[in-house]
Write a protein that binds this ligand. Sequence first.
Ligand SMILES: CC(=O)N[C@H]1[C@@H](OP(=O)(O)OP(=O)(O)OC[C@H]2O[C@@H](n3ccc(=O)[nH]c3=O)[C@H](O)[C@@H]2O)O[C@H](CO)[C@@H](O)[C@@H]1O
Ligand SMILES: C=C(OP(=O)(O)O)C(=O)O
Length: 426
Amino acid sequence: MDVYKINGHKRLQGTIKVSGAKNSAVALIPASILASSPVTIEGLPEILDVWTLKSLLEEIGGQVTFEDGKMSIDPTAMIDMPLPNGNVKKLRASYYLMGAMLGRFKQAVIGLPGGCYLGPRPIDQHIKGFEALGAKVTNEHGAIYLRADELKGAKIYLDVSSVGATINIMLAAVLATGQTIIENAAKEPEIIDVATLLTSMGAVIKGAGTNVIRIDGVDKLHGTQHTIIPDRIEAGTYMIMAAAIGDGITVDNVIPLHLEPITAKLREMGVEVQEFEEKIHIPKVEKLKAVDIKTLVYPGFPTDLQQPFSVLQTQAEGMSVVTDTIYSARFKHIAELNSMGAKGKVEGRTSIINGATPLTAASVVATDLRAGAALVIAGLVAQGETEIHDVYHIERGYSDLIDKLKLLGANIERKTISNPLSRDGK
Ligand SMILES: CC(=O)N[C@H]1[C@@H](OP(=O)(O)OP(=O)(O)OC[C@H]2O[C@@H](n3ccc(=O)[nH]c3=O)[C@H](O)[C@@H]2O)O[C@H](CO)[C@@H](O)[C@@H]1O
Ligand SMILES: C=C(OP(=O)(O)O)C(=O)O
């Protein structure tokens, strides 16, 4: 079993480079299934989710190479192989195989997705979209069976502005006949990135990034080359880390516009955030003010950063309240932070943190991806040696984290140990 050992309480300084966006990567790779010739994607993060998707594309007959962040995918020999179990359970975004394979083969069998448990994560809006396009969809023994004689454009109003449903419907609709309109679509930057790739493959998509997306179906999509956008959640994690334990940290390879909700909150806390074209610099912070946050769909404060942000709130004087309007149970990190000296409690969809409290090292568990990111920051702040278990969650979303942090002067190592602390036995 692999753990991170962090000797904390050491101020960090320097430049940290952000990788390509996980939530784009996991949609761009399945999108390649729709092409009739090879697709190359550059700047991909080297994370477990990307490696798992590579294996999934290979399982269905894709020829895939992945080196130095560049993935070349030849989809020509792919077949509509059923994928009810196995790798599809290792990540949330395997649901994009449904839209992409339905679009190309007009049928697919894909197991229900895995990913972080954050409360119930239904896919009813994805299914509603596929059905509106003409697919018959059934759930049999935990796998979704999709089949259509023909996919026909339709008007689909999403009950919730779901990132996954918006992208999945786009994937299924680009090769449908006629026009598809997605209303109340999600507006996250990753959706624009996927639309950009599909457009350069020959798709006709208007309005990505707004809440109405119009797709005019085409007969065929061709291969292309695409460079992914930087990961705003990874960048936000480093901004939070810089505010917590930095002595001047530059976060490189960012789109500052994507980070505005985080920048605004940090400034409200008393953090100086200096914005440049593709970089953000955060000088040493003297004192943090308590602030409340409420997670919302983009451009609101991202739910994926509320857990790392809680660590900062433990270091701020006074009471901070976090309300997660997206997920009902994204608070497992609070118990772990409390074991490091934080004073947090969870009430329904909110966490309440009373600061400032010094953090001390402990043996803790990364219960999910961003809980893990929060614990890495907490370990960097804490006095003593923190041991983080179940780090495979963290490695689903952070590329090269240990080396990047070492470059800032962090004392962090990845070690293989034999220890029964892991809660899910992996
Ligand atoms: C792989 C990926 O991109 N993951 C991101 C994606 O997840 P994901 O695509 O799963 O998140 P959604 O945007 O779909 O979910 C948002 C909300 O809508 C609900 N919902 C969603 C779909 C559906 O069919 N029915 C339904 O009720 C969900 O339970 C949740 O409460 O967006 C989330 C919200 O920004 C992020 O936390 C995840 O990091
Ligand atoms: C919740 C997340 O990912 P996923 O949807 O892949 O589980 C995340 O990236 O924080």
